[in-house]
Design a protein around this ligand. Structure first.
Ligand code: NAD
Length: 253
C-alpha cells in the first residue's frame, strides 16, 4: 500500500535529531513540504539540508515548545512559508532522570513536564485552529511505551508520556467531527542520541535493553517515522484518539 496524502504541508518539532529528523525526511520523501523545528539550530538546519539534497522542500523555524509566544510564532511562520498546515508531529521531548521517584527534584519535574506535556499542549493549542479553518488536519504526538505502563527510574518521564496520551485522546474526541484527527505514537527503545546518552556507558545494559523487546533488538527511527506517516495519511481516516505502540512486542508481554 502506498500512502496517500491529501494535504501538502507537515510540521515536525524536535526535528533536529533522532525520530523527528527521520520523520521530517520521510514526509519530504512523500512529496510534502516540511517545516523543521527545534531548539537545536545546527541540527535543524542539517535536517533541512538533507531534505533539500534529496530534492525535497523544507524550512527551519527555531522554536522552544515550552514558550507560548514561540509556538504561536512557529505556526505563523508555517503559514508564511507554505500557506497552510495539514500534518503536525509534536515530537520534541526530553528525559533526564536516573533515579527512583523519591530521588527526583523539582527542577527535573518542571523541565520534563515543560517540554513533554506543556510543549505538546501548546503545539496542539496553536495547530488546531489552523486545521479547523482549513476543514481538516492530522496531529501525531510522541508518547512512549512509558505512557502505557511503568518506567522504573523514569517516573516523571512516564507521567509526562501518560499525560501526552490524555491530551491526545481528549483532543481527538473534541475535534473528531471537525475532521481533525489526533493520535499518539508510543515507541519502545529506539536507537537515537537519547538512547545512546542513557546506555553508552554500559554496553551490557544496552544488550539487556535489546532483550526486553520480544523481537530481540531495539527499534530504528525509520520504523517510528513509518507509523507517524501512516497515522497522518488518508488510509488512517477512521483512526483517531489512538496510542499506537511501535515496540517490537514489548508491551505484549
Ligand atoms: N529514543 C527512544 O528510545 C524513545 C522512546 C520513546 C519515546 N521517545 C520520544 O521520542 C521523541 C524524540 O526523541 P529522540 O529519541 O529522537 O531524542 P533526541 O534527543 O534525539 O531528539 C529530541 C529533540 O527534541 C529537541 N528538543 C528538546 N527540548 C526542546 C524544546 N524545548 N523545544 C523544541 N525542541 C526541543 C532536541 O533538541 C532534540 O532535537 C521524544 O519525545 C522522546 O521522549 C524516544
Amino acid at each position: 500500500m502506498s500512502m496517500k496524502f491529501s494535504g501538502q504541508v507537515a510540521l515536525v518539532t524536535g526535528a533536529a535529531n533522532g525520530i523527528g529528523r527521520a520523520t521530517a525526511l520521510a514526509f519530504a520523501a512523500e512529496g510534502l513540504k516540511v517545516v523543521v523545528s527545534d531548539v537545536d539550530v545546527t541540527g535543524g538546519e542539517g535536517t533541512v539540508e538533507l531534505i533539500r539534497a534529496a530534492g525535497g522542500d523544507a524550512v527551519f523555524i527555531r522554536c522552544d515548545v515550552t514558550r507560548d509566544a514561540e509556538v504561536k510564532a512557529l505556526m505563523e511562520g508555517t503559514l508564511a512559508a507554505y500557506g497552510r498546515l495539514d500534518y503536525a508531529f509534536n515530537n520534541a521531548g526530553i528525559e533526564i532522570e536516573k533515579g527512583k521517584l523519591a530521588d527526583g527534584d523539582e527542577a527535573e519535574f518542571d523541565a520534563i513536564m515543560g517540554v513533554n506535556v506543556k510543549g505538546v499542549w501548546l503545539c496542539m493549542k496553536h495547530q488546531i485552529p489552523l486545521m479547523l479553518a482549513q476543514g481538516a488536519g492530522a496531529i501525531v504526538n510522541t508518547a512512549s511505551v512509558a505512557g502505557l505502563g511503568a518506567a522504573p527510574k523514569m517516573s516523571i518521564y512516564a507521567a509526562s508520556k501518560h499525560a501526552v496520551i490524555g491530551l491526545t485522546k481528549s483532543a481527538a474526541v473534541e475535534y473528531a467531527k471537525k475532521k481533525v484527527r489526533v493520535n499518539a505514537v508510543c515507541p519502545a527503545v529506539i536507537d537515537t542520541d537519547m538512547f545512546r546518552r542513557a546506555y553508552e556507558a554500559d554496553p551490557k545494559k544496552a544488550e539487556f535493553v535489546a532483550t526486553m523487546h520480544p523481537v530481540g533488538r531495539i527499534g530504528k527511527v525509520e520504523e517510528i517515522a513509518a507509523a507517524v506517516l501512516y497515522l497522518c495519511c488518508d488510509a488512517a481516516g477512521f483512526t483517531t484518539g489512538h496510542a499506537l505502540a511501535v515496540d517490537g512486542g514489548a508491551t505484549a508481554i
